[in-house]
Design a protein around this ligand. Structure first.
Ligand code: AKG
Ligand code: FE2
Length: 359
């Protein structure tokens, strides 16, 4: 069995989980739900090392070509690792604060109000769910989340939470801005692959933006629980805004978890599975997880950008030759959702693994 936010605990369309290990019961963690397995090597460490995370200053992207080339090179180096922080990204602090306060406002609502949106159907464009089973010892809250599509905004905003009353406006403003930023970044990324900045712009313009609004309330046992299991995102690109640290990334070379350091005003960027596919494995989707703490609620707002629901992402032909054969099958966001709802989450296979032609 696998540690996962599996179907009965709120299947999660942003990600597919990695890694297996002994069950919680086998390891004597009787108060941890049976279907959660914290792999032995992945136990949360309450004093984690700080991850080495590149910081990319985006201001040069909008300046002359020499400055732009430098930023593109920094993005290229960062994408090889699969994760970076961005500063001078153009999204104002007040917009970010507005998004965070709307999220806090929503999760602070009385339960019946939130339950109106409750669903475990991963195909639903707007839903609230929990990856916590009530009544299991003290662990009543682990991670609760709200997922909603955000593009085209006018198609979806009316199905978003009606409360708190400012939710739609504040979250909507943030979503529009972070989407623009994502499109700009995607252009810079395809440029860094030698494909040109417009390579995927038409399809990305028509693409999906899924918001994963995560809430991790204080956990009484943060040493035996996780907010989100190790996973990579299916997206091309995910941009995350967080209220406080708690995101960890895996250093694949060292096989170690490291916590992403606090950098006020910065946003986090994850390379997703679909970018790994596009780049023929030059860029790697980063394995990450969220740890918990016993003191304060943590909110993270992930904006997952991909091509349209049924639009297949394939490897760029320009990156395939005899020395570099195609390594991945093509797939769409819809394929990912089908994978998730059909697969036994206990199978322990990540979506990206199902796409690999060459392991
Ligand atoms: O809470 C975080 O920082 C991570 C969120 C995340 O990985 C996700 O929503 O896919
Ligand atoms: Fe994620």
């Amino acid at each position: 069995m696998e540690f996962s936010h599996g179907s009965n605990m709120g299947n999660d369309e942003s990600s597919s989980s990695f890694s297996t290990g002994k069950s919680a019961q086998e390891r004597g963690l009787s108060h941890v739900p049976e279907s959660y397995v914290i792999p032995t090597s992945h136990d949360p460490n309450l004093h984690p090392e700080t991850a080495k995370v590149p910081v990319v200053d985006l201001s040069g992207l909008r300046h002359g070509s020499a400055q732009r080339s430098l930023v593109i090179q920094n993005i290229k180096n960062a994408c090889h690792l699969g994760f970076f922080q961005i500063i001078n990204h153009g999204i104002s602090q007040s917009l970010m604060d507005g998004a965070l306060s709307s999220a806090f406002g929503f999760f602070n609502l009385p339960t019946p109000e939130k339950m109106k949106l409750m669903s475990n159907d991963v195909h639903k464009p707007v839903r609230y769910a929990t990856s916590i089973k009530d009544g299991i010892d003290n662990i009543q809250f682990w991670r609760v989340f709200l997922k909603h599509y955000a593009h085209p905004l006018d198609d979806w905003i009316h199905s978003w939470p009606a409360n708190p009353p400012y939710y739609r406006e504040k979250m909507g403003n943030y979503c529009s801005e972070v989407r623009k930023l994502g499109l700009e970044l995607m252009g810079a990324i395809t440029e860094s692959l030698g494909l040109g900045s417009a390579y995927s712009s038409d399809k990305m313009n028509e693409g999906m933006q899924v918001m994963a609004v995560n809430c991790y309330p204080p956990c009484p046992n943060p040493n035996v629980a996780l907010g989100l299991p190790p996973h990579s995102d299916y997206s091309c690109l995910t941009i995350v805004l967080q209220s406080s640290p708690g995101l960890e990334i895996m250093d694949m070379e060292e096989g170690k978890w490291g916590i992403v350091p606090k950098l006020p005003g910065a946003l986090q960027v994850h390379v997703g599975d679909h970018l790994e596919v596009l780049s023929n494995g030059l860029y790697k989707s980063v394995v990450h997880r969220a740890i918990l703490n016993c003191e304060r609620t943590r909110i993270s707002i992930a904006s997952l950008m991909s091509l349209g629901l049924d639009e297949k992402m394939g490897t760029a032909e320009e990156l395939v030759d005899e020395q570099h054969p195609k390594r991945y099958k093509e797939s769409s966001f819809g394929d990912f959702l089908n994978f998730l709802s059909a697969s036994d989450i206990g199978g322990g296979k990540a979506f990206i693994d199902t796409l690999k032609i060459i392991k």
